[in-house]
Design a protein around this ligand. Structure first.
Ligand SMILES: Nc1nc2c(ncn2[C@@H]2O[C@H](COP(=O)(O)OP(=O)(O)OP(=O)(O)O)[C@@H](O)[C@H]2O)c(=O)[nH]1
Ligand SMILES: [Mg+2]
Ligand SMILES: [Zn+2]
Length: 382
């Protein structure tokens, strides 16, 4: 089915961005102050009047950095909660080296009203002097480049900024389990919207198929592939079934695994990168319960090319910066009917002569999808 892409106007987007704070890492804030004195003395890489901690957003885009000996470009591949692990991408020296970076208090971002630093970001850093024996080279993030794509949701604080889960990815594997925990169709539909908003290709993947009646699950989710043309995979990491359908989809791409806690994101990521690269596989001695729950997003290179990102489980997925009127444009199974509604705009709820409701009553639209639509509509403010 042909799907019409719809983008909210730039004006709508920029309004809320301009008014909002673009600062979200309270924890790193403390670190800056600790190092503030030192930086005050040697702010060599940052222009004199660069934006301060609550950036004046309008000025941000105009800042330019002159390359200096100790600045380098890098890719944020991991987060420790207090700092970020940046892999150097600048070619001259140390390419591929890992730096443990805090964020400069005069950092400049090209992503206003958004998470300041996210795993996947391309950044400009300053290398710090090394003393004594260290595991990772020290550095400071001084600029965050505009994100090509992202997986973002409304931040928990409801403060008008988006929370970027990861950035610069090609596709998102919306990972759910056939059972334990049972997949959530409301959540799948929210992910699909976030993927479209973030310019990321969505792939629905149901793990733990060993725990459920296969036919039921496949039939329940058949409409996603049939009506929306979304790749849908069914597998069992435990029984190593269906993995052969997953690997080819990932090759040469950057893919994030996202979904609720306990659905098997880390299990799959570990399987895909092979034994040696494993990370969170310790069994908790206290609880004797499976893998440790993931607390930060992290990037891993795939042996056959491409990257995969493991992320913490999410409970809610608020759609960020959407109006009630725009929502239906993201439900592409409504596309064929939307234009035939008697009234414009139509919320497709109570209006007489609503073609979407007509199609629903005649069985052309999946009631579960319509339920998701109402569910999200209710949460939107404007
Ligand atoms: N039965 C069954 N269990 C599975 C399967 N895949 C993973 N598990 C189990 O599910 C539990 C949770 O797996 P994780 O990989 O830690 O889940 P996660 O999605 O990374 O969870 P968070 O890090 O909390 O978001 C573990 O005990 C796994 O052994 C599967 O295909 N079938
Ligand atoms: Mg995990
Ligand atoms: Zn309507």
């Amino acid at each position: 089915m042909a799907s019409k892409k719809y983008k909210p106007s730039q004006e709508t987007l920029s309004k809320s961005r301009r008014t909002a704070k673009s600062w979200s890492k309270g924890s790193s804030e403390k670190q800056f102050y600790a190092k503030k004195k030192q930086w005050d003395e040697e702010e060599d890489a940052v222009p004199n009047r660069a934006v301060s901690m609550s950036p004046r957003l309008k000025n941000i885009q105009q800042k330019t950095f002159l390359p200096s000996e100790n600045t380098f470009e890098g890719h944020v591949i991991d987060s420790t909660g207090r700092s970020f692990i940046v892999q150097r991408t600048s070619e001259e020296i140390n390419v591929g080296a890992l730096y443990d970076c805090v964020v400069s208090r005069s950092v400049v971002t090209e992503n206003p009203a958004s998470t300041l630093v996210a795993v996947g970001d391309h950044v400009l850093c300053r290398a710090e002097p090394v003393s004594g024996e260290i595991d990772l080279l020290p550095g400071v993030i001084i600029k965050i480049t505009e994100r090509r794509t992202k997986l973002a949701r409304e931040s928990a604080g409801n403060d008008g900024i988006e929370q970027v889960i990861v950035s610069n990815i090609d596709q998102v594997i919306i990972l759910m389990a056939a059972a334990d925990p049972f997949y959530n169709r409301r959540l799948i539909d929210r992910y699909l919207i976030a993927a479209e908003l973030g310019n990321v290709e969505p792939i629905i993947c149901i793990n733990k198929m060993d725990l459920m009646d296969e036919t039921f699950v496949r039939e329940d989710l058949a409409m996603y592939a049939e009506f929306l043309g979304i790749k849908t995979l069914f597998l069992s990491a435990e029984k190593k079934r269906g993995l052969e359908t997953l690997s080819p989809v990932l090759q040469g791409k950057t893919t994030v695994f996202s979904g609720p806690s306990g659905v098997g994101k880390s299990t799959l990521v570990n399987m895909l990168i092979g034994e040696e690269a494993q990370i969170t596989t310790e069994v908790s001695a206290k609880t004797q319960k499976g893998l440790h729950t993931t607390t930060f997003s992290k990037i891993f290179p795939l042996p056959e090319g491409g990257y995969i990102l493991d992320t913490p489980g999410i409970r809610e997925f608020g759609i960020w910066d959407m109006t009630k009127e725009d929502l239906a444009y993201y439900f592409h199974d409504f596309d064929e009917y939307r234009l035939e509604c008697r009234f414009t705009p139509c919320t497709h709820t109570h209006e007489p002569g609503c073609a979407v409701k007509g199609a629903l009553e005649e069985g052309w639209i999946d009631p579960e999808r319509y339920e998701s639509y109402l569910n999200i509509l209710e949460t939107l403010e404007r």
